[in-house]
Design a binder for this molecule. Structure first.
Ligand code: SF4
Length: 113
């Protein structure tokens, strides 16, 4: 298997918007990614050359452990680009997440979509 260098990581399907173009919010009982699964996933051999991670959802700020997820992602060896996509509603949580990502000294950016 070829090495993967970029991933989109959907941390939750929950969303506090109701966009008709997406409708992810209609999915019932969708699980959030858990920390153990995230660590196992990121430790796979095929991700050893991973350079870029995009944190997406649903709305990622609704994951109850999003700060820990941001911290884990910010510490992934070799990753030098981190993107965070949000609908922009939960501004205080967004600032907390971006603070964790920026402190990692990696190229990080937030996108409100
Ligand atoms: S904010 Fe994003 S994830 Fe949420 S319903 Fe709209 S397009 Fe979908």
């Amino acid at each position: 298997m070829k090495n993967i260098n970029a991933i989109n990581l959907c941390v939750t399907y929950n969303c506090n918007s109701r966009c008709n173009s997406c409708q992810i919010w209609k999915i019932k009982d969708s699980p959030n990614i858990n920390i153990s699964d995230l660590n196992n996933f990121l430790n796979q051999k095929s991700l050893k050359n991973l350079k870029e991670i995009s944190i997406t959802g649903g709305e990622p700020t609704l994951h109850p452990e999003i700060i820990e997820i941001a911290r884990i992602i910010s510490e992934v060896k070799n990753v030098n680009e981190i993107y965070f996509t949000t609908n922009g509603i939960r501004t205080e949580k967004i600032i907390e997440i971006l603070d964790v990502l920026y402190r990692s000294r990696k190229n990080s950016s937030g996108c409100i979509s």
